[in-house]
Design a protein around this ligand. Structure first.
Ligand code: BTN
Length: 274
């Protein structure tokens, strides 16, 4: 079904997020557009949505591919006072948590293998279904962060990119029933707004607890790539700045602020999640 902006607005239950919204049938990148046009918006949570991106941006300079009308592609504007809020490293984490909570709480047939991979890949049964790209701009004493989110919703196997770092999937291929993309976005923004309030109020421990519901279980073995270096060890959680904590075999805890998980050798998940 084509995107229906009225239907999205009717489904919205937020105070600010998504209340200012712009929709494009096609654009190069919603992140690029919002970074350049942030001055047009008055509220935190202004949202730009597209049916298709001709030059979708991914993390670490990668491309984000989509098929017209089959993804959820959007960017959310946040305006920050860096002195008062939680550390910026939590922004990608809260976006990922909002995605994971929405899927687990609102989709029929919510999957058991739903997992967040630091900092913000959303996996179902080890396949990536959504990604988050955070970019920022400073203008006239304002610090703006644009959080871009891409969710593969209705793609079939042949419509997914092949040459990706992680195998890709879609919500549809993972067996989930989605009421509509409009409702999905309204639900994501509802949770994102609540998590953003925790972020603004510096309630870091609550964010970390929310993250833990979808992350690797404690002491799982994994490896992370930081530049050219690969660090192996066990998962020790998330630090007070949103950084990944990994314990090496010699007992040292490494703090990873930028990098990506390259392998996981122990896939145990928190049994409480079923
Ligand atoms: C990743 O590499 O995992 C992040 C992908 C982020 C893609 C989204 S789609 C909407 C927004 N606009 C962009 O150009 N990129 C983000």
């Amino acid at each position: 079904m084509p995107w229906n902006q009225d239907k999205f607005e009717r489904a919205l239950q937020t105070r600010r997020f998504g209340r200012e919204a712009v929709f494009f049938q096609e654009i190069d990148s919603t992140n690029r557009w919002l970074l350049e046009n942030e001055g047009r918006f008055h509220t935190a949570g202004a949202t730009v949505i597209a049916e298709h991106q001709s030059a979708g941006r991914g993390r670490l300079g990668r491309h984000w591919e989509d098929v017209f009308g089959k993804s959820l592609l959007f960017s959310v504007l946040l305006r920050l006072n860096k002195l008062n809020s939680a550390p910026l490293g939590f922004i990608p984490l809260i976006a990922g948590i909002a995605l994971a909570q929405t899927i687990s709480e609102t989709c029929e047939n919510s999957p058991k293998g739903l997992q967040l991979k630091w900092p913000n890949d959303l996996l179902i049964d080890d396949k990536k279904v959504a990604g988050v790209l955070t970019e920022s701009v400073t203008s006239k004493n304002k610090f703006c962060v644009v959080v871009g989110i891409g969710v593969n919703v209705y793609q079939d196997a042949a419509e997914l990119p092949m040459a990706t770092r992680l195998p890709a999937s879609s919500l549809h291929l993972s067996g989930l029933t989605i009421s509509s993309r409009e409702n999905l976005l309204a639900q994501i923004l509802f949770r994102f707004e609540k998590l953003y309030d925790l972020f603004i109020e510096c309630r870091v421990q609550e964010i970390i607890q929310n993250w833990a519901a979808f992350s690797l279980s404690s002491r799982s073995r994994f490896a992370v790539k930081r530049g050219e270096e690969v660090i192996r060890g066990t998962y020790e959680g998330i630090g007070n700045e949103g950084q990944l904590l990994i314990r090496e075999s010699n007992g040292n805890i490494q703090e990873i602020y930028s990098g990506e998980i390259v392998s996981e050798t122990d896939r145990q998940r928190d049994s409480a999640r079923g």
